[in-house]
Design a protein around this ligand. Structure first.
Ligand code: CU
Length: 189
């Protein structure tokens, strides 16, 4: 995409400079032809190609990140003004954690992003893309931390006066510690 946009940018800039600097540049081509060539013939295949490319990459983000043997852990992330609450449907006895997301390192986690009020956006820059948390919807995003550690997370959709402070921390734990941490029986720093 970078090289494609570079090529198009160079083409547009070249045409612009030619139109400004070269006397009578382009007069041999009719206005209608410029519009049809530059406005339809050029962008249509480019945009069509990019659309299918984006579909394929999007599918990969959802499916390709996980092997068959790797069971995905689902974690519910609920945004509200102005904090995040994390719950673990598959871990019995786990309380709701506020602004602190525990995940097992080396395992793919599927975040189910939801909202109780306005649109928020779940984002942990070092672990993957962002996903909107929309009231009445459940959006899914897969993240994965290869190493145990701490990772900063933030709401990346403006959601009111407390938006800037709507941060959370992700703690990736060793797999053997994870369950105990989530159920609240284990502390380590
Ligand atoms: Cu926000």
């Amino acid at each position: 995409m970078l090289w494609g946009s570079f090529a198009l940018f160079t083409l547009v800039l070249g045409l612009f400079l030619a139109a400004v600097l070269v006397p009578r540049f382009g007069r041999g081509v009719s206005q209608t032809r410029w519009i049809i060539l530059g406005g339809l013939v050029l962008p249509l295949p480019v945009l069509t190609g990019l659309t299918f490319y984006a579909f394929a990459e999007g599918e990969f983000l959802l499916k390709g990140a996980v092997s068959e043997a790797d069971e995905v852990l689902e974690i519910r992330a609920t945004g509200r003004m102005w904090q995040w609450q994390f719950s673990y449907p598959s871990v019995s006895g786990s309380p709701v954690h506020t602004d602190l997301l525990h995940i097992p390192a080396g395992r793919t986690v599927e975040i189910i992003a939801e909202s109780e009020d306005v649109i928020h956006s779940f984002w942990v820059p070092r672990l993957g893309g962002k996903i909107d948390a929309v009231p009445g919807h459940s959006n899914r995003l897969r993240i994965r931390a290869d190493q145990p550690g701490r990772y900063g997370g933030i709401c990346s959709e403006y959601c009111g006066t407390g938006h800037a402070g709507m941060q959370f921390e992700v703690q990736a734990h060793r797999q053997e510690d994870f369950r105990e941490v989530v159920t609240g029986g284990f502390r380590h720093d």
